[in-house]
Design a protein around this ligand. Sequence first.
Ligand SMILES: C[S@@+](CC[C@H](N)C(=O)[O-])C[C@H]1O[C@@H](n2cnc3c(N)ncnc32)[C@H](O)[C@@H]1O
Length: 389
Amino acid sequence: MASMVHDDQYEGREQALAKHTLLEKYLEKLFFIVGNNSNRNKIINLNYVDCFAGPWLDESQNLSASSIAISLGVLIRVKNTLIKNGYKIQMRALFIEKNIDSANKGKIYLNSRKKDDIEAEYIIGDFTENVSEILAWCGKDFTFFFIDPKGYISITLDILQPLLMRKRSEFLINFMYEFIGRNAGMESQKKNIENLLGEKIEIKNLNPEQREILILQTFRKNIKLTSKMPRSWSGYSRVINPEKNRTKYHLVYFTTHPLGMVKFSEISDVVDDKQKKIRSKIHEDKLLGKHKNMELFGGSGDAYVETVSLDSKVDDYWLNNLTDIPKRITLHDFANILEETDWSPRLLQQSLLRLVSQGKVENLDLVGRRPVNFLHYDKQNGERLRKIT
Ligand SMILES: C[S@@+](CC[C@H](N)C(=O)[O-])C[C@H]1O[C@@H](n2cnc3c(N)ncnc32)[C@H](O)[C@@H]1O
């Protein structure tokens, strides 16, 4: 389906472009999956809740580069397609915003829409004081929560807990690492960071990379524990500050469905590629601006965004986790692998293909050739892999 996210509207705030691309692509995939798996004879409600809605930094009249317009665009498109396919779908959207001027701007936008049968409304107020009201609005229906604050004080795990404990929910949380990482070492912020992460951590002797990993992993681990769900998965998508070439934020994802984990990881991979292209272009423009003849000074956009190849690490992972006794990998197992490794489905599948062509691994359930997705974990009982020794 045609995207509502237009790159040219994000000059100077490319990180929001990555965020909105991920939001649009994942929300669309999710609501299609939930809708397509519903009973055609029953009316199904799907909810979207934008807990820090804005609008913010979008001066256009039609708010086209805001999460409000982007999410509503997805809801309308998915609803119309599902209805065409014979489903009875209703979509609802709730926007929470504390700043009265912003909320009023958002309300004007909601009222100006053509009649689209999407029930959309605002709560003007502080998210932290409206959690019970939000839960009441959601009822028992499937709900996607987008949590995109400006800082971190309003998204501590004790505040999020009633939502995380709610069944039939998924979450995309903007974990503002640039800000959190800077503040994590400050004495005055210790208690706030502990509340955010759900436990006290020691970062004094860590290098910046170790510190980032520990902070992010602690938050992800404790989201799962706080939810008290028997099975859950958490992933993330790293959004990079194109100017500084380091993390701006992590979009942390939480689900209780293994397919959600897989689809999120696939889409996150696509957004990574898009970010790379954009960062490469920004860097090249910068070089060209500074030095009219870039080649003379060396360096290119591609070199700027280049990352170390993970291929041998991924190969080792499979070889260390397989034996000559066949191992069945189901959707559930594959979601666990994605969560454990933080690698994309593409990397894991490409590695299997490599290992097969080297005669090191075989798929006992393989029929025919599969040049792309070598492992069909999504079949009812998954498929069996074996290391050839
Ligand atoms: C990063 S912006 C949201 C951007 C929007 N989600 C988007 O992608 O277009 C955060 C918004 O949250 C609002 N806000 C900050 N603290 C809040 C709180 N405690 N409760 C509700 N809204 C809050 C701010 O006024 C701001 O509009």
